[in-house]
Design a protein around this ligand. Structure first.
Ligand SMILES: NC(=O)c1ccc[n+]([C@@H]2O[C@H](COP(=O)([O-])OP(=O)(O)OC[C@H]3O[C@@H](n4cnc5c(N)ncnc54)[C@H](OP(=O)(O)O)[C@@H]3O)[C@@H](O)[C@H]2O)c1
Length: 142
């Protein structure tokens, strides 16, 4: 079965993607900070026969990301689809009153949190969805 890695899989779009691809029996690698949510999601998939590997980390922690990506179990290690989705919005004040700490968190998460995942090796075979024939192409969602 193909494998999909989803960051920000504990809620929102990421969780919806996990359910969608899980319903097609993809192997799931699910990432988020809340380990209890990840474990609950993993439990949910068990009776459905979907293989799930969960990783609790903060995408702004480069060392943790490198370590986690380097130790994905072999059966999940060939990632066919990357959903680089973890992110957040902070602060609702007008721009002139915005909190610079909020900006820093958003930039660290939504921008600087992405590239580490792009360094995953390309899939060994063409991905399951046709991409026009380029075997190096991996589906990416941001
Ligand atoms: N919803 C919108 O209208 C909208 C509009 C434009 C862009 N977006 C972007 O689309 C993406 C998904 O949005 P959503 O509405 O589904 O958001 P959401 O429901 O708040 O879910 C965000 C996900 O990102 C994870 N996350 C946040 N910060 C993280 C971090 N530092 N490290 C690891 N995981 C982190 C959260 O998990 P944990 O809390 O467990 O870490 C959660 O699983 C985000 O990047 C968001 O910025 C959303």
């Amino acid at each position: 079965m193909p494998t999909i890695l989803i960051t920000g899989a504990t809620a929102g779009y990421g969780l919806a993607m996990a359910h969608l691809f899980g319903s097609h029996h993809y192997n799931l690698v699910l990432i988020g900070r809340r380990s209890e949510r990840l474990e609950a999601i993993q439990e949910e998939f068990k009776p459905k026969g979907v293989k799930v590997h969960v990783i609790s980390l903060d995408v702004t922690d480069r060392e943790a990301v490198d370590k986690a990506l380097g130790s994905i179990p072999a059966e999940f290690a060939d990632i066919d689809i990357l959903v680089n989705n973890a992110g957040l919005a902070k602060g609702i004040d007008p721009a002139q009153k915005s909190n610079l700490d909020d900006w820093e968190i958003m930039i660290d998460t939504n921008i600087k949190g992405l590239p580490a995942f792009l360094r995953l090796p390309p899939p060994p075979a063409p991905p399951p969805v046709s991409t026009g024939g380029d075997p190096e192409f991996r589906l990416l969602f941001y």
